[in-house]
Structure formats: C-alpha cells, structure tokens
Design a protein around this ligand. Sequence first.
Ligand code: NAD
Ligand code: MG
Length: 393
Amino acid sequence: MRRVSVFGATGSIGESTFDLLTRQGGADTYRIVALTAGRNVRRLAEQARVLRPEIAVIADEALLPDLREALTGTGIATAAGDAAVAEAADRPAEWAMSGIVGAAGLAPGFRALAHGGTLALANKESLVTAGPLLMEEAARHSARILPVDSEHSAVFQALAGEDMDAVERITITASGGAFRDWPLEDLARASVAEASTHPNWNMGQRITIDSASMFNKAMEVIETREFFGIDPDRIEVLVHPESMLHALVSFRDGGMIGHLGAPDMRHAIGYALNWPDRAHLPVARLDLAAIGRLTFSAPDPARYPALRLAREVMAAGGLAGSAFNAAKEAALDAFIADRIGFTAMSGVVEEVLDRLSGQGGLGKPATSLDMVYDMDRSARRIAGEVIGETDRI
Ligand code: NAD
Ligand code: MG
C-alpha cells in the first residue's frame, strides 16, 4: 500500500485531498502515515477516525489534551507543536500533500522530500521563499515535486512530452478576484468580508483575500519561475474572469497549448495523486457550448500593484522572496485584524522591501533554510513597524 501523509488536512486543499483519498478507498487503499492540522482538533480527529493514520498532529500545543481525548481508544498516536508537525514529515511516506498555508508549510514539505517520493505541493510559499533550496533538495533525494496549484498543474500538463527549450512563454490566468469590477477609488474601503468571497473558487480565507489583491497571482508568477525555471520576462498573467482556462504554454513554432477545466482543486490534487495515470475524478465537466464564450484581458497595473512587486522580487532574487512572503503575510494579518485597509497591504510590502533593500542582503542567495527564516523574521519585524506607521485607510 502506498504510504501517504497530508499536511494541512483540515484546510480547503486538505479537505479536497481527504475527499479524494476517501473516494479512492481510504485506509483500504492507502497506508496513511500522518495527518496534521493547525487548530481544528474536531475535524482532524474525524478525519483520523476515517483514514486511520499512524499519527495525528496538531500545531497548537495547547490543544494536545483535546486531540488525545478525541482519539482515545483508536490506537492512533498524537503529538502537538510546530516541531511535531515537521517531525511527522520524517516518517517515511511515498506521497505527501503540502497543504499548510503560509511559510509554516515550508519545513514539513522540505523534510518530506528526504524519502525520495512525491511531494504534492499546494503550499506555494515554499517555492516563493525557498524555491532553489527546495528544488535542490528534491534532486538530491530523487524526489518529485508535482504542482498543486491549478495554473501550475495546467502548465505541467501542457508541457508533458515537450522540450523547455521550445517554450517561448508561459501564461497563467487570474480571475481578477472579488474586486475586479469595483471602481478603483472604492478599493481602499473594501472590508475583510468583501475580500473573503471569491467569484469562482472556494478556498481558504487567506488565499481568497490574496486573490482579490492579486498577491496570490504575484506569488504564482514567482512559483512559475521557480518550478519551471523560466525567465521572468517570459511569464505572463492574463485576466480571465471565468477561471476555466488555467494556463497556456506558447511554443516557438507559434502554437499554444492550454488547459481547461472546472474551477475545482480536486482536478489538480487528483492529477498529482494518480500521476502518471489519469483517474476518474469527481469534478464537473465543462459544457463549452452552454458556456458560449470565455473572456480575457490584460491586468490593470494600477489595480494590482502586487504584480509589479513580484517582478521586483524576481529581479532582486535570493532572499527577496522570503522577505516578500513574510511582509505579505504580516500585511494580510493586519488587514484581517482591521488594522490597515485593503490597498495599504501592497504599500506595506513595498515599504518593507525598500527598507530591507537599503540594508543590503535582500538579493543574497539562500544557502540554508535558516537564512530563509532569518529573513522571514526581519521582514515581519519591519512590517510591524511599517504597519504601526500606517493609517487605517
Ligand atoms: P486553509 O487556510 O483552508 O487551510 C490551511 C491548513 O493548514 C489547515 O489545515 C490549517 O489547520 C493548517 N495550518 C494553518 N496554519 C498552520 C500552522 N501555523 N502550522 C500548521 N498547520 C497550519 O488554506 P488552503 O486554502 O487550503 O491553502 C493551503 C495552501 O494551498 C496555501 O499555500 C495556498 O496558497 C495553496 N493553494 C490553495 C488553493 C485552494 O483552492 N484553497 C489553491 C491553490 C493553492
Ligand atoms: Mg492558483
């Protein structure tokens, strides 16, 4: 039986992974090694009772007694804390889902690579903060990273059997998020609730808000660069409100290969779970005749400053990705806590990058995860200062 772990099992990606594992036979098909969650003990315990992992881990240490109680008599081991989440990744598994949100997802995914199996990578922050280190670690252990972002899974599928030398351009699409059609002058007053509703995708709150600000797409541009090793100036973002064409690869002979599908992450997750086979998956089939038309436009730089920041981060290179992600996470926390307005997020991130760049070292290559974490801490500290100086709107 294939040994499988799921990190971030109770999240949006985690629940979709749970759904597919269960549909594909659950504990009768897979030997589930570890299931982890941040704080949702109740749901983690429910999943554990179904999938019967060796261990269930909760990141919040204060919740260990609750987890123990919830799993009494099951024989499933329990643990808690960030270190325990990462240690769970040391348990040999042939397939692991990296589905934690934020920089917290880096360590478990990185450690899971040591088993030389497959890492299904939803946690894009891993590639944004430590792309070269992650890819090197995968190569060192002959492990495979399969993308679990709809756009990157689409590119991966479009590239099957193709030569990267023949690729002219990679285009990833963006829905434009919750505020695509809002007047620009209203954006500063957008509420957390308004930013937390996505027109097409049902996702965790953080990535949903990042979709409205396009920080999600900014991270995905960097993810594209790290995953496919393509120059930043050959990566393009295309606004496509219907979220049905996920990506396009343009080749030097003028041909383009695109990937279409319903906006349902179970496609990308199921692709990574069953690769190189294609399994029957429970996603809606597109009826293009009924849909009639798909629309496209170039992103408006005034509406989405995050896209420009991603270009600057890629130009700086090295530790800039870690600084960018940490500043973005801090700005997002401050927006969710109603301490800064929606449009202030990009201003905070830009200011943090400027201050760090003034101090030097932003573009220094990351040669260890410690360097990545040091930069993460510096950026969060400076972001705290900048947020303190920022007016509510
Ligand atoms: P989510 O907020 O719904 O779930 C996050 C999961 O991580 C939960 O299980 C939570 O308990 C756990 N978690 C949160 N903080 C943690 C911490 N500090 N330590 C350990 N565990 C922690 O998020 P999501 O929408 O499922 O996104 C997960 C990742 O996948 C993100 O990196 C996101 O960018 C990426 N992604 C998500 C989607 C989507 O459709 N949701 C699509 C593409 C990529
Ligand atoms: Mg995506």
